[in-house]
Design a protein around this ligand. Structure first.
Ligand code: SAH
Length: 219
């Protein structure tokens, strides 16, 4: 038996982390409860698993990171996920954010540009019994085959809001995307209010790895 990889391991550390995130201002109990259940250590290398429940981003290979837990919670809260919502994630990375969305009962689609990360994320998610729709490719153009979405979350920093993603929102749908230069990005939420009107909110600053692609930075 692979003892070190069980979902139950570290459950008290996980609870502490969720308490910290709650104290930092996250209120959506569905987000907090999903984070209390998903074993983040199963989305990183075993050599780092002791650090899985620190509120920090950690390396996952290919110069990429699994986002800081607080950031995952904040983006998920901004998405206003309801059970059954169709959600598109750009930047699958480790698969952790996708697992949180699956745990919340969303119908999850996720795109990752690095093949190695895409394959590892698929394996991590399957180990927990999740089978979201994953694709390897450039997510800056969205995933039109399954559009429209109730929510789209971009987990890498964009130079501008990718216009194709806005077009793939349902009416009432939310796009959550960090936008800025490579050093710092402002979280932006765009809500599609009607067929041709949108509402934009500028929120606090973060630092993400760069979004690379047609409507992102050059590779
Ligand atoms: N949500 C991830 C965070 C990964 S970091 C997690 O929970 O672990 C952001 C990821 O976005 C990286 O894996 C990076 O390779 C990926 N990425 C960057 N540009 C992309 C693009 N245009 N399309 C898809 N993925 C992209």
């Amino acid at each position: 038996m692979k003892k070190s990889r069980t979902a139950l391991k570290f459950s008290s550390r996980r609870k502490k982390l969720v308490d910290q995130i709650r104290q930092k201002g996250i209120k959506d109990e569905n987000v907090l409860s999903a984070m209390e259940q998903i074993p983040r250590h199963m989305f990183i290398d075993t050599a780092l698993e002791n650090r899985a429940y620190e509120d920090r981003a950690l390396p996952i290979g290919k110069k990429q990171t699994i986002s800081q837990p607080y950031t995952v919670a904040a983006q998920t809260e901004l998405l206003k996920v309801k059970k059954g919502d169709k959600i598109l994630e750009i930047g699958t990375g480790s698969g952790y954010q996708a697992a949180i969305l699956c745990q919340m009962g969303a119908d999850v689609y996720s795109v990752e540009r690095h093949e190695q990360l895409y394959l590892t994320a698929r394996k991590n998610l399957q180990e927990l019994g999740f089978r979201p729709n994953l694709k390897c490719g450039d997510g800056t153009v969205g995933w039109s085959a399954y559009a429209p979405y109730d929510g789209i979350v971009v987990t890498a920093g964009a130079p501008v809001v990718p216009q194709e993603l806005i077009k793939q929102l349902n009416i009432g749908g939310r796009l959550v995307v960090p936008v800025g230069d490579k050093a710092s990005q402002r979280m932006v939420r765009i809500t599609r209010v009607s067929e041709d009107s949108y509402e934009e909110e500028q929120l606090r600053s973060y630092k993400f790895v760069p979004l690379i692609g047609e409507s992102g930075w050059d590779g």
